[in-house]
Design a protein around this ligand. Structure first.
Ligand SMILES: [Zn+2]
Length: 318
């Protein structure tokens, strides 16, 4: 589903925005003592970039925490307040934040909003036919492509705060060097899985860029968005494929209910072949703050180790 119809929550939000716009002129700005640029980012992966590039000049707040599904996430009244008070707002774009589309649209013109995917050459994006002419938004799993989002953040911060341009450039360079090493590490690690076993079965279609970049066949139970639930036919179709190809492991995601992929495991077992369920993947949300998976680099490393370890393990599934 690409566009979200008007929902009562949006109407409420619209009223709130109007109220904020009216009252903002006569209330003191609570941030006036903080010299840093105030940024808000939608997903954790984007907040991580803004933190890395912004360094000490930028205070960034991420709206969507661990386990949150960005396709379904609706802005709360508190979020709208944070967005309204921000100097700059970063989001993924490509309809990832589908249910926040109206709120972001209303911010435009009043607050600088930046889609981190905006400057990426559309020719390098995936446009699956079932997505009706739109692009797959999950590009952060091709590390080399996500590096372009870092450059976009650097440009936007430098334009907004030109005094910090040299700092943003240096920070961005340092982070890009880390991501370049990460990309090469993922290439090497994924090569450990024999080509015929490089099939990634997940709850929803978040890993198509990963598949293209690192040579995996990717099968998602739900579509690219989680808005429509998988049906029984999808479960049976995937179970058939797992049994036929003897795929040793399938994966759940931290932002998707476990039942979706558990149903596939059950259907495969009833056909006499039981795939193991690998360590949960972080797909559209990162892990807890303060843990390795609470950073983009840690999340990618966790996912890749989880995928490779599970697909290399040919001992009987428990
Ligand atoms: Zn997704």
């Amino acid at each position: 589903m690409l566009s979200t119809p008007a929902h009562p929550a949006f109407l409420k939000t619209a009223v709130l925005l109007t109220v904020l716009a009216v009252t903002q002129g006569c209330t003191a700005d609570p941030r006036s003592n903080d010299p840093r640029l105030q940024a808000v980012a939608t997903t954790g992966m984007i907040a991580d970039i803004v933190g890395q590039v912004g360094g000490e000049r930028v205070m960034v707040e991420g709206l969507m925490g661990p386990g949150i599904d960005p396709h379904l996430y609706r802005a709360s009244a508190g979020d709208v307040r944070k967005l309204s008070n921000a100097d700059i707002v970063f989001y993924n774009g490509l309809h990832l934040e589908a249910a926040m589309g109206d709120v972001l649209e209303q911010m435009r013109g009043r607050i600088q909003t930046v889609a981190v995917t905006d400057s990426i050459d559309r020719g390098t994006l995936l446009a699956p036919p079932e997505f009706a002419g739109a692009y797959d938004p999950h590009l952060w799993f091709d590390v080399s492509l996500w590096m372009q989002a870092v450059e976009q953040v650097e440009r936007a911060l430098s334009a907004r705060d030109s005094a910090g341009a040299a700092t943003y450039r240096a920070n961005s360079r340092a982070y890009l060097a880390q991501l370049d090493s990460l990309h090469r590490w993922v290439q090497a690690r994924t090569q450990e899985v024999p080509a015929e076993r490089r099939v990634l079965v997940t709850a929803h279609d978040a890993f198509n860029y990963f598949g293209r970049a690192y040579a995996f066949e990717v099968k998602g139970l739900q579509g690219i968005s989680t808005v429509s639930e998988a049906g029984t036919a999808d479960v049976q179709r995937l179970a058939d494929l797992i049994v036929e190809r003897r795929i040793p492991a399938i994966f759940i995601e931290t932002s998707i209910p476990r039942r979706t992929i558990a149903a596939v495991q059950l259907a495969a077992r009833s056909r006499g072949f039981q795939p193991r369920i690998g360590s949960p993947l972080f797909s559209d949300a990162m892990g807890d703050a303060g843990t390795p998976e609470g950073t983009y680099i840690g999340m990618v490393r966790h996912n890749v180790n989880s995928i490779v370890d599970a697909l290399l393990d040919t001992s009987p599934a428990p």
